[in-house]
Design a protein around this ligand. Structure first.
Ligand code: SAM
Ligand code: DTB
Ligand code: SF4
Length: 348
């Protein structure tokens, strides 16, 4: 099984992978996974919404868009001290990365020092830092990097040709521009999308094509399954076949062999068996903790039990380092989620 890093994937090649018999696709994805990672290790991130709701954008899936009546109350930006308390709790519970999300189209320059204070504080705890704040200018990306930011999350969300069906208030190119500013500032990228929005299989392949053909594969690739929230335009969309979700994970793993593929939103509604299939297909990262940004996530006890039943361990930060993917923050993170994993011994 070839697992070279490619940036020239065609839609047809990716669709041909989607079309493979399910066991064959899983086998190929699992082989690529093993060539680059220890399949028993799963990276664990915790999310915190540091500024919730009231967003001017019109993303059709999002409970935080002001224009949809979803019952999400808008809040101001949290104080750094409160964010740090949440980060301490996340670290104690076993997270190795802490991701701060804000419901902004883009941050205002006056917001940057406040977010920088949060980032510096979280980094000082020995956690990897991630932020998702909307579109960034080059200067903002540099300022966040200088504050100690490791990763920036900004998703392409879907295939270019389906994008306009979901979002009108900003363009695909705006997202590509922000990703360029993020890379140019020396930040690692976390970039993926959502499935289950009514897109076709070809469009799911199109999202993966857009991600894999970026100038550099994203370091993390979150694959979200739409969490349907009443009041959003996409509430009521036909549910995606769970096996199709697993295929999406598997093709992402094959197309981006060294990236952390994150089983992201939508886990709360997934059975343990479906999640196990996703880990088998090459997913090796999750969001951990009872809440995503505004919607639910499996509770900690359920994830601890799942890791124990599947023999999975939280990935120590050092393992990231071995593969040249992680940041310079901290050493091995010992997680309560299950017995701490030894530092990954696989070749870089
Ligand atoms: N406002 C910033 C932005 O849009 O870049 C950052 C936060 S936004 C909530 C981050 C990502 O969460 C979106 O790009 C989308 O992929 C995902 N997301 C939002 N609502 C979701 C939902 N209901 N189901 C699944 N994923 C969702
Ligand atoms: C990503 O791709 N998924 C996360 C994170 N990046 C910021 C967000 C999921 C949000 C799900 C809906 C909510 O909880 O509001
Ligand atoms: Fe705003 Fe981000 Fe939600 Fe879009 S996804 S409405 S930009 S918070």
């Amino acid at each position: 099984m070839s697992s070279e890093i490619r940036h020239d994937w065609s839609r047809e090649e990716l669709l041909a992978l989607f079309d493979l018999p399910f066991p064959e696709l899983l086998f190929r994805a699992a082989a690529v996974h093993r060539a680059h990672f220890d399949p028993a290790q799963v990276q664990v991130s915790t999310l915190l919404s540091v500024k919730t709701g009231g967003c001017p954008e019109d993303c059709g899936y999002c409970p935080q868009a002001q224009r949809y009546q979803t019952g999400v109350d808008a809040t101001k930006l949290m104080d750094a001290a409160d964010v740090l308390e949440k980060a301490r709790q996340a670290k104690a519970a076993g997270a190795s990365r802490f991701c701060m999300g804000a419901a902004w189209r883009s941050p205002k320059d006056r917001d940057i020092p406040k977010v920088a204070e949060m980032i510096a504080g979280v980094k000082a705890l020995g956690l990897e830092t991630c932020a998702t704040l909307g579109m960034l200018s080059p200067g903002q990306a540099h300022a966040l990097r200088d504050a100690g930011l490791d990763y920036y999350n900004h998703n392409l969300d879907t295939a270019p040709e389906f994008y306009g069906d979901v979002i009108q208030t900003r363009q695909y190119q705006d997202r590509l521009d922000t990703l360029e500013h993020v890379r140019d500032a020396g930040l690692k990228t976390c970039c993926g999308g959502i499935v289950g929005m009514g897109e076709t299989r070809e469009q799911r392949a199109g999202l993966l094509q857009a991600l894999a053909n970026l100038p550099a594969h994203p370091d993390s690739v979150p694959i979200n399954r739409l969490v349907q929230v009443a009041g959003t335009p996409l509430a009521g969309t036909a549910e995606l076949d769970p096996f199709e979700f697993v295929r999406m994970i598997a093709v992402a793993r094959i197309a981006m062999p060294r990236s952390m593929v994150r089983l992201s939103a939508g886990r709360e509604a997934m059975s343990d068996e479906l999640q196990a299939l996703c880990f088998t297909a090459g997913a090796n990262s999750i969001f951990y903790g009872e809440k995503l940004l505004t919607t639910g996530n499996p509770d900690v006890a359920r994830d601890q039990a799942l890791f124990a039943r599947l023999g999975l361990q939280p990935m120590p930060l050092q393992c990231d380092h071995d593969h040249g993917i992680g940041s310079g923050a901290g050493g091995t993170v010992h997680a309560d989620i299950t017995a701490p994993a030894p530092a990954c011994g696989r070749a870089a």
